[in-house]
Ligand binder design. Structure first.
Ligand code: P6P
Length: 332
């Protein structure tokens, strides 16, 4: 079994710019993930469930593990010195490192340190999502503009899923590879080489409780999924965990589509472009899938603010294209 570092070193030719720096950054992310994993696995015992008494920029109550995870990832990247700035779901403003060491960092990171954290106390898989860019500012502290790059400029993206096993799944633009943590030795080992979406899929993931607020195209796509047509594997199966990383990971392995659309109440939906949709879209395309806002490619959207939201249609290419067809056909 190949370790994460061995794998990266073997692939060194894939990122000529790295000269070991990218290896260091990914290793730092892996270290933070192990620390977060340890706390999640004993959350019920360590009084680390529950709320911290603060709220994030989304107005969501911050759970203790949210804050712990954020601190872990920020500290790990500070220690490595490869990163000069971080956009985090848990920080209202851009987080910039103040040491001269970090200000020489060539990379900036957008991350959701613990997505789906409301699932912690009910033992449902949750995840960390990260997106890595080369900085565009010349020197000094990173700037917001370093983060407001289109998703098609990501040099890497990935997630950690804290589930029945803990996995790190990432891509540097040369396919998607999954590593499973062996807690007995504290190493991520290559377990899912070259992950790709199955050609077809029959799983759709959407929170149908919002049905009455959906765009007509989304309603028609749901009806399409529910029609009886065995030749096209319909009716599909619906699976909705309420944890983006878990729903996406299952669809990546089994085939499927995840939709968090805009609604009449929230036209831009709920998911954030920089640290949820862009990294997930990067991985989806690297795995032969597709990701759009229902109309245009997620990775081509020009960000305008750190925490902006966009609708997300992501998964098996043919399923996303069918949903986009419905959005176009029933455009309002
Ligand atoms: P809803 C978790 O809060 C999250 O950001 C995603 O992980 C998840 O897919 C979605 O929101 C769930 O949202 O509105 O269906 O509960």
């Amino acid at each position: 079994m190949k370790t994460l570092i061995e794998f990266i070193n073997d692939k060194q030719a894939d990122f000529p710019y790295a000269s070991g720096e990218f290896t260091r950054l990914l290793n730092d992310i892996g270290i933070a993930a192990k620390l977060v994993n340890r706390e999640i696995n004993k959350a019920g015992l360590a009084d680390i469930n529950g709320y911290f008494g603060t709220q994030n920029v989304q107005g969501e109550d911050q759970k203790k593990l949210d804050v712990f995870a954020n601190d872990c990832f920020l500290a790990a990247m500070r220690h490595g010195g490869m990163v000069c700035a971080v956009a985090s779901e848990e920080n209202d403003e851009l987080y910039t490192y103040d040491s001269a060491f970090s200000q020489k960092g060539k990379y900036v990171v957008a991350m959701d340190p613990l997505d789906g954290s409301s699932n912690i106390e009910v033992n449902v898989p949750i995840g960390t999502i990260f997106s890595i860019y080369r900085r565009i500012s010349d020197s000094g502290s990173g700037t917001v503009n370093d983060l407001l790059q289109q998703g098609n400029r990501q040099i890497a993206a990935g997630y950690v899923i804290y589930g029945s096993s803990t996995m790190l799944v990432y891509s540097t633009g040369h396919g998607v590879n999954g590593f499973t943590l062996d807690p007995s030795v504290g190493l991520f080992l290559l377990s899912h080489p070259d992950m790709t979406f199955p050609e077809g899929g029959n799983i759709y993931s959407i929170n149908e409780a919002n049905y009455i607020y959906f765009h007509e195209g989304v309603k028609q796509y749901i009806k399409y999924c529910q029609q009886d047509d065995p030749a096209t594997l319909r009716p599909y199966t619906t699976r909705y965990i309420g944890s983006l990383v878990a729903d996406f990971h299952r669809n990546l392995i089994r085939g499927g589509i995840y939709i968090y659309p805009g609604t009449k109440k929230n036209p831009n939906g709920k998911l954030r472009l920089l640290y949820e949709c862009n990294p997930i879209a990067f991985l989806a395309e690297q795995a032969g899938g597709k990701a759009s806002n229902g109309y245009i490619r997620i990775l081509d959207i020009q960000p305008t603010e750190l925490h902006q939201r966009v609708p997300l249609f992501v998964g098996s290419k043919a399923m996303v294209e069918k949903a986009e067809e419905m959005m176009k056909l029933y455009s309002e």
